[in-house]
Design a binder for this molecule. Structure first.
Ligand code: NI
Length: 185
């Protein structure tokens, strides 16, 4: 396995729609998926999309550590790496919730981003088998962030108010600031 260089904001691969993966290509992705897992954990991060390592493919890896589970989260919190190929997300009713996000392609920064509280996800796993389920809370947030990478979208594009973008070292100044209300969409 290998730790891969992570592409930083400004590189055009982060701003284009990634190519769908053909069924015949999936078996050949095992080494890349293993490298993405190692790269994500080394960073450390909780998600990594293929464009972030310079591959314009609809492929992502993510994990849900137990200490990141939110109250309504239904993920196992087992910290296992999951790969998703050609993912599709369908938001469920319930509206949007604000939460802080960072991105390995924008190191040192955090932003407050509204995301759908719950969604249905589907796609293929690393073996090419269909997977689907309902994701809520942190699980849903990670999936929305990573699938956005496959469409050339960064979390800052989802922020209605960039005054909620901060360097990590300055986050303490937001502790007493009232957060925007969660919305309905
Ligand atoms: Ni990211």
């Amino acid at each position: 396995m290998a730790i891969l260089p992570i592409v930083q904001m400004g590189h055009p691969v982060l701003r284009i729609s990634a190519e769908s993966v053909a069924d015949s290509e999936i078996a050949g992705l095992a080494a890349l998926i293993a490298d993405m897992d190692e790269t994500m954990r080394d960073a450390p991060g909780v998600g990594l999309a293929a464009p972030q390592i310079g591959q314009s493919l609809r492929l992502l890896v993510y994990r849900v550590p137990a200490d990141r589970l939110s109250a309504d989260d239904d993920a196992p919190g087992d910290d296992q790496t999951r790969a998703l190929i050609n993912p599709v997300l369908e938001p469920l009713p319930g509206g949007l919730v604000y939460g802080w996000e960072g991105c390995l392609s924008m190191p040192g920064l955090r932003g407050l981003v509204p995301r759908h509280k719950a969604l249905r996800f589907s796609g293929l796993d690393a073996q090419g088998q269909p997977v689907s389920g309902i994701a809520r809370g942190f699980h849903a947030r990670v999936l929305q962030h990573e699938v956005d990478h496959l469409d050339g979208i960064l979390y800052i594009d989802r922020m209605p108010d960039l005054s909620w973008l901060s360097y990590n070292e300055q986050l303490e100044h937001f502790a007493d600031r009232p957060q925007p209300e969660d919305g309905v969409k």
